[in-house]
Design a binder for this molecule. Structure first.
Ligand SMILES: [Zn+2]
Length: 406
């Protein structure tokens, strides 16, 4: 078994339960994964460092004095029913890439660091890409440490504990100057598998907006109120839901999801007086997201004019699309061609740490296929040969990127 496959199997034991892997930030299981990463790095003599929110780095020195580092990595945390590849593959892949450089006696001008970002999934503390957000200055460290989980424990408290906290004997990272960022990840969608191609170069990470829509009508007896006199909150909400679906289809390359929907009082013989639902819209450019938001607002005001209801739309979250760096993408494409492989351009509908990194340094991502396009489930899987090929593409990309960024 190759090192990447073998190590992913080792990590998959940590937090494993009958419905998948549960390895949330600053838990016993997640700390064990960080310890395992540190043990592998120490075996190879890489210099370890961490920061106050639990990001962990393993550094292979560069040849040029004072050169900024090429950072390569992903995350070790999972959703509560996660798979063995999302995140862990990019961390293990980065470490294997450093070892491949050693094994082939390839020196790089820049130091190259494998990084395990803390808390990408936001499964426990309410912030996605937590570690990379703090690292890049998008989110303040003290605010991150003050975030609390559902039981009231703060991240700061969890990271101060010996069982769940920062690693002993690992110094704080000092060097923050970046030359470039590369992230290897499973696609988590079906495009590469469908195209029969093992490697994808990410064009952009989709922007995302999330809304809460509340429609208030008047509840009443299901048998006695004539249709023309009703203010049915659910029927009105249904129009809005279908309007945003149409808008996403018209915009193209846009996905919209109504993932939560609550009806009050939620009884079969009572006209719904209130309907509350979420709308999550994602696309690689803001114009498409704007189009769906426009349809959401227009259809909402439309139902309030035609039906006896009032309605409100609150925007809860907005994340701009993150295009990957064109020069870095070109370097990755050259690297993949140099090892005799093919790659296609793919967008990323899911968020990644590369999104945060792209705001402070040139960033690029390499995808490998997910079998059946499945992710965030126990059945998440990628073929061993694709895992190995992704690491080879990463090694070649590091060598190529090293040539032109200083
Ligand atoms: Zn991930």
């Amino acid at each position: 078994m190759s090192a990447v496959v073998d190590r992913l199997a080792t990590l998959a034991q940590l937090g494993s339960h009958e419905n998948g892997i549960d390895r949330a930030l600053a838990t016993v299981q997640e700390r064990a994964a960080r310890e395992q990463f540190a043990a592998w790095a120490r075996e190879r003599g890489y210099a370890l460092a961490q920061d106050t929110v639990g990001n962990l780095f393993a550094r292979r020195s560069g040849l040029r004095e004072g050169a900024r580092c090429v950072l390569v990595g992903s995350h070790l945390d999972t959703v509560p029913t996660g798979g063995a590849f999302d995140g862990a593959y990019g961390v293990v892949g980065a470490l294997c890439a450093l070892e491949a450089l050693d094994a082939r006696s390839i020196g790089t001008e820049h130091p190259v660091e494998a990084v395990a970002w803390a808390g990408e999934e936001g499964a426990r503390f309410p912030l996605g890409c937590l570690g990379s957000s703090v690292f890049t200055g998008a989110y303040e460290e003290r605010h991150a440490l003050a975030l609390r989980d559902a039981s009231g424990t703060s991240l700061g408290e969890a990271l101060a504990s010996a069982e769940t906290g920062l690693l002993e004997g690992v110094p704080m990272r000092e060097d923050a100057r970046l030359a470039a960022y590369l992230e290897l990840h499973v696609e988590q969608g079906p495009v590469l598998e469908r195209e029969g191609i093992a490697l994808g170069i990410v064009t952009a990470i989709a922007g995302q907006r999330r809304y809460r829509v509340t429609v208030d009508g008047s509840s009443g007896h299901a048998g006695t109120v004539p249709m023309a006199r009703r203010g049915d909150a659910l029927m009105s909400a249904a129009e809005i839901v279908l309007a945003v679906e149409r808008a996403a289809l018209v915009a193209g390359e846009t996905v919209v999801t109504v993932g939560t929907f609550a009806v009050e009082p939620n009884a079969p013989n009572v006209i719904p007086g209130r309907a509350t639902f979420s709308v999550d819209v994602r696309a690689a450019d803001d114009a498409r997201i704007d189009a769906v938001e426009g349809a959401l607002r227009t259809s909402t005001s439309d139902v309030t004019e035609r039906r006896r209801v009032t309605a409100s739309v609150e925007r809860l979250e907005s994340r701009a699309p993150a295009p990957m760096d064109p020069k870095l993408r070109a370097a990755v494409a050259r690297a993949i061609a140099s090892i005799g492989e093919r790659a296609i351009d793919v967008p990323s509908g899911a968020g990644h740490d590369a999104m945060c990194l792209s705001r402070v340094a040139p960033a690029a991502m390499i995808f490998v296929p997910s079998i059946g396009g499945r992710s965030h489930v126990a059945q998440e899987e990628t073929a061993p040969r694709d895992l190995e090929l992704g690491v080879e593409a990463l090694v070649a990309s590091i060598v190529e990127v090293d040539k032109f960024v200083i």
